[in-house]
Design a protein around this ligand. Structure first.
Ligand code: FAD
Length: 383
């Protein structure tokens, strides 16, 4: 059993880290976040490096690689460019759905440009009535009109919808609770598509939006995958989304831990660095050990996926453990930095805000725990 990265993976991580440090060093990353601006330059550079095409085979327009490379890249992004990390989780979901369920024409049109970072996706499942009991909350409706479709409804909390060239949306198209939903690809600029940016307290570098479909007319070719099977098709990609979220949560936690440790080495009190005080050392070490343990779960789940083994339980464990460890590390980071923790010129306050996303997204920690109770411990379903 080898827990170390191989030479190729080490070089890969160096390339990702080097690109981010060159284009968006700490100060620039923070300035963009404060200005609530997406880092287009870094997105383009990562597209050139192949990061946006990870998980898609090269002969299909992607950059190859497996879930392992995806989590390695996402952990680094989480540490350094949080919002772009969140975007990239959506990116991997969108490219996976398109690769598995897109028609030849849809793939020819969009898969390679997405993988090169030339166009951007958004994925719209959640509605205002609730993301956890998602099947009950979806009221966005797709109706057949002649050969095509008409969409009406509103999606909520959609990442990157204002930037997206194409939004994949799930709408109700049949009576059956789960087998009555269809995925549609809606291009930017479609008549009746309205995108409104929401004011949130986190993930400043990526818009979060309400997306309205008002009598949107779509051709039959806008259907992604099979009519009425959209939710089942999405379900098959949710483990990957969970796993990728775990990698970002680890990265955010590691970013906070590293920044706090560096600060503790420099900052002086009572004639010594504050990092010499045992109280602080213990908090930093405990946060780091929890992050390491959570990261090992993440790598195990990625390895399960890459090897073709089931990874629903391992990815759920990874998501739960990393969200908790990331939150704890950001909390310790804030404590260690004292007043400097709230300085918006520094990234600590960003880690502290942004980690919150992964407590409830893509699925809340409570619901992941319910899932593990049922599917890992074989207890009766709790909801
Ligand atoms: C910044 C941001 C970006 C997002 N991006 C996207 C996106 O790109 N696409 C998209 O589709 N969605 C997106 N979401 C939505 C996100 O996936 C949901 O917020 C998430 O699924 C939780 O749903 P909810 O907020 O409606 O919480 P609710 O479902 O209302 O849950 C509220 C609380 O009730 C608890 N709860 C509910 N049911 C149970 C139960 N059975 N047992 C125990 N506890 C329970 C939950 O754990 C939680 O604590 C985003 C959200 C945000 C804030």
């Amino acid at each position: 059993m080898d827990f170390a990265l191989n030479e190729e993976q080490r070089l890969f991580c160096e390339a990702v880290e080097g690109t981010i440090d060159r284009i968006s060093p700490v100060d620039r990353a923070q300035q963009l976040d404060n200005a609530k601006t997406f880092d287009h330059q870094l997105h383009a550079a990562l597209g050139e490096l192949g990061i946006m095409g990870l998980g898609i085979p090269e002969d299909e327009g992607g950059a190859g690689g497996s879930a392992v490379e995806q989590v390695l890249a996402l952990e680094i992004l989480g540490r350094k460019a949080t919002s772009l990390a969140v975007f990239t989780v959506v990116q991997y979901m969108a490219t996976k759905l398109l690769r598995h369920y897109g028609s030849a024409a849809q793939k020819a049109e969009r898969l390679a440009p997405l993988c090169r970072g030339e166009i951007k996706p958004a994925f719209a499942l959640t509605e205002a009535a609730g993301g956890t009991d998602v099947l009950a909350s979806i009221t966005t409706k797709g109706e057949r009109v002649g050969d095509g479709w008409r969409l009406n409804g509103t999606k909520m909390w959609i990442s990157g919808a204002a930037l997206a060239d194409v939004i994949t949306v799930i709408a109700r198209t049949g009576e059956h609770r789960s087998r009555g939903m269809t995925m549609f690809a809606v291009p930017r600029g479609t008549k009746g598509l309205g995108v409104r940016e929401l004011d949130t307290f986190a993930i400043f570098g990526l818009d979060t939006c309400e997306v309205v479909f008002d009598e949107v007319s779509l051709p039959a070719e806008a259907v992604l995958g099979e009519v009425d099977q959209g939710f089942m098709q999405v379900l098959s990609t949710l483990n990957s989304e969970r796993l990728n979220a775990a990698a970002v949560a680890t990265g955010i936690g590691n970013g906070a831990l590293r920044a706090a440790t560096e600060y503790a080495r420099e900052r002086q009190a009572f004639g010594r660095p504050i990092g010499q005080f045992q109280a602080l050392q213990h908090r930093l070490v405990n946060a780091g050990v929890d992050l390491e343990a959570a990261w090992l779960l993440t790598l195990r789940a990625a390895d399960d996926d890459a090897a073709g083994r089931p990874f629903d339980v391992s990815s759920s464990m990874a998501k739960l453990a990393t969200a908790k460890a990331g939150l704890a590390a950001a909390d310790v980071g804030m404590e260690v930095m004292g007043g400097a923790g709230v300085d918006v010129a520094l990234p600590m306050q960003r880690y502290y805000r942004d980690i919150r996303l992964y407590i409830f997204a893509p699925l809340t920690n409570d619901m992941i725990t319910n899932y593990l109770g049922e599917n890992w411990l074989d207890l009766p379903r709790s909801f």
